[in-house]
Design a protein around this ligand. Structure first.
Ligand SMILES: [Zn+2]
Length: 234
């Protein structure tokens, strides 16, 4: 089973803890694929084969300096994943239905990589926030959404069951980057012509937490579902 390492929890973001506290160099050493954000929520992260890219509000991927920091990221490495082919997946709901059917143990998180041809992708990114930080819902209200042209690319991500909603985004959370490194972001909707899916249940995960006053003093809630869904879907 896959092993993942989480840097921060999603309820830290709903509490407005957007300051980066761990370096990209550090997180990249802990997995092969991953996703997350950056200090002050400045863009969307994709990690692919240990290489980290940032997509700002222009949705263009840029390599990231290893000293850049993040408040929230999830990375992992496959052990013995399964693969299968996807064809003619019209939209996000159709994709989620097909992926849900492959969750062999729905009470475990799952890690996933989807390589293929995406004919239409709706991707979002968010601009850097400044203090005092707004709520995650307010950030999402000002997200930038791009309708990306067809491309060959890779989506990476995770599925967390609902009972872990304080820890991570519930359901399928996917970030995308194209092979030419021209487009990417957090996936809101997608049409897939064909793709190869690599998927594996997660055997367990480590959660690293910041050692700073903002974290010590924050009020962290257990129920993040409504706010995260709002932020996810815009
Ligand atoms: Zn995301």
């Amino acid at each position: 089973m896959a092993r993942i390492v989480k840097f921060g929890t999603i309820n830290m973001l709903t509490a407005g803890l957007f300051d980066g506290w761990i370096s990209i160099g550090e997180i990249a050493s802990r997995g092969e694929i991953g996703l997350g954000s950056f200090h002050a929520l400045d863009g969307e992260m994709v990690m692919l084969d240990g290489e980290v890219f940032r997509m700002g509000t222009d949705a263009v991927p840029h390599p990231v300096d290893p000293t850049t920091t993040t408040p929230f990221a999830v990375v992992g490495a496959f052990e013995t994943p399964e693969s299968f082919e996807l064809a003619d997946c019209e939209d996000w709901d159709a994709l989620a239905t097909q992926l849900d059917a492959r969750l062999v143990d729905p009470n475990r998180p799952a890690m996933i990589r989807i390589r293929g041809r995406f004919t239409r992708t709706r991707a979002r990114s968010v601009p850097a926030q400044s203090k005092p930080y707004p709520s995650l819902g307010e950030v999402a209200a000002h997200q930038t959404v791009h309708e990306l042209p067809a491309f060959e690319g890779t989506m990476v991500g995770f599925h967390f069951p609902e009972y872990l909603q304080a820890i991570d985004v519930v359901g399928w959370h996917l970030h995308v980057i194209d092979d030419d490194r021209r487009h990417g972001g957090h996936v809101l909707d997608v049409s897939i012509e064909r793709a190869t899916v690599t998927i594996e249940p997660v055997g367990g995960f480590e959660v690293l937490l910041p050692d700073d006053p903002a974290f010590r003093e924050a009020t962290l809630v257990a129920d993040t579902h409504a706010e995260v869904q709002r932020a996810e879907r815009g």
